[in-house]
Design a protein around this ligand. Sequence first.
Ligand code: WTA
Length: 632
Amino acid sequence: MIKQITSFEEYKEAYKQSIQNPEQFWGDIADSFTWKKKWDNVLSWDFEKPEVKWFDGAQLNITENCLDRHLAERGDKTAIIWEPNDPKDDVIKLTYKELHQKVCSFANMLKNNGAKKGDRICIYLPMVPELAIAALACARIGAVHSIVFAGFSASALSSRINDATCNLVITSDGSYRGTKTLDLKSIVDEALESCSTIEKSLVLKYTNGAVTMKPNRDVWIHEELTKVDNNCPAEVMNAEDMLFILYTSGSTGKPKGMVHTCAGYMVYSTFTFKNVFQYEEEDVYWCTADIGWITGHSYIMYGPLANGATTLMFEGVPTYPDGGRFWEVVAKHKVNQFYTAPTAIRALEKQPIEMVEKHDLSSLKVLGSVGEPINAEAWHWYDDHIGKNNAPIVDTWWQTETGGIMISSLGGVTPQQPTFATLPLPGIQPVLMDAEGKEIKSQEAEGRLAIKFPWPSMARTIYGDHKRYKETYFSAYANKYFTGDGALRDANGNYRITGRVDDVIIVSGHNLGTAPIEDVINEHDDVVESAIVGFPHDIKGSALYAYVILHDNVEGNDELRKEINNQISQAIGPIAKLDKVQFVSGLPKTRSGKIMRRILRKVAANEFDNLGDISTLLNPEVVEEIIGGVLV
Ligand code: WTA
């Protein structure tokens, strides 16, 4: 199986080899996979074009690596544990054998409905086992899946379907989210009114909600499945054939369809899963993300399954039926590795501590964080109350574009450091760039984070727009991939991600990252969460405007503003003091939990007219409240 790094010394050695001889390093790792034909060439690359190819000439199918090759030894091992929204409903467990059969049947059904290699197929499903099955079935037949998070609106869905010119869509009658039932089919129906390329819509019967089936277009999956068998040889794919498209929003313009290809993505997601989480054969691993995001693609489906792991899929929300649900699920399934986002940690931190303490969390061995910088307070709460100071935290920095984890400690193997993602994984060559666009050579430094060498799972292009791919990622610095993030590096080479560089605020000529200041604010006992943006200031250029959520029953007043500022003064310096502090009940967030700073910046600048599209927000209602309370 895949190479496992088990000591800091081994990590250092692996890292050194991966830099000195990347082709040998990745070639050796790739050797442990199942190939129909081995590669001619491990790597060829040109960041000018840009063009990157890994394992060119090789042929494979990722599903043989995720399924078939486990059948002999792990056929009866649980591949997927599915935990439903309602804890009273039945858990579903699928063994590798069962998952293999279901994927093959689903794949045959897709073919029966006109799907073929190279087609783009949109998947818009709740977090049910069929979501993973559908994605794997696409991969089985060489079709390209484009999974759209089933919380996006009809217009967001139709623009993604049209951008990728999908010919099939897979959806369900509905979905459950906490106490709510959502009518997915009618969202799809609305979206399809403006999608001319869709020929078939395959519908999963799940909530039994009323739906309208359009003749010649809409078919029921359970009916179609009766027409096929479960024998489906895997399509032979070239290493650089497309595996999937996944949309991510840019700072401007329409969402970017990031294209990931078969071989490099498989090798890297598998290698990083094993090593970051230190997964052992009998472990139960749980990532709380939705498969609609890259975290779910790489670390619920492909990475775990290619390792023969038991991966848990959770349909529900962290606060249903109560704020102890995550911990209840950990105890119920004896979860060993738990991977979530700082936004969830902060929300659960607000719950009474009994919600945590009444559950047995002793199975936990590694805790993970992803998606945004984790603030010190959340880090320590996670460490103290969830890991009981006995489960290492891996703070994993990466992006939809990178396909896999780039900078992170390896659970319990390399040192952790609160709020630091720490060291690059083998093969990853990060650099920090200064304001003039030059690489900063000194070890201790702060700058813009770029990567100067290709890694196997990097996105190869933006679907249909290679020019934009080049402009967005390869134009800021010659011969480097630009991440859009800022970072600092300490004397030991550890990286701390300071946030998107578009969030850097220059106050009186000083660069201030928002994350470290927010960190300090969040440490105040009365504060739940905060977000800082810059607003135009006559003398300083920009000044800091903070939106602060307080604990229930705390009154936001000038005294508190002063306390917060004193705390900032002490922790960072008077330069980072806030000019304005607005107390709010919530922050506008995307459905993946990211704060929409664009909106906060506009409001802080008193530009209320042109807030852009707020319809895809998780909580559009807070925007009005924030505008109502703005400080002028
Ligand atoms: C941010 C999610 C700090 C970062 C996998 C990045 C992080 C963006 C971390 C990508 C982390 C992700 N620490 N920041 N551990 N992980 N980010 O595409 O700004 O949804 O560029 O991928 O999230 O978000 P995306």
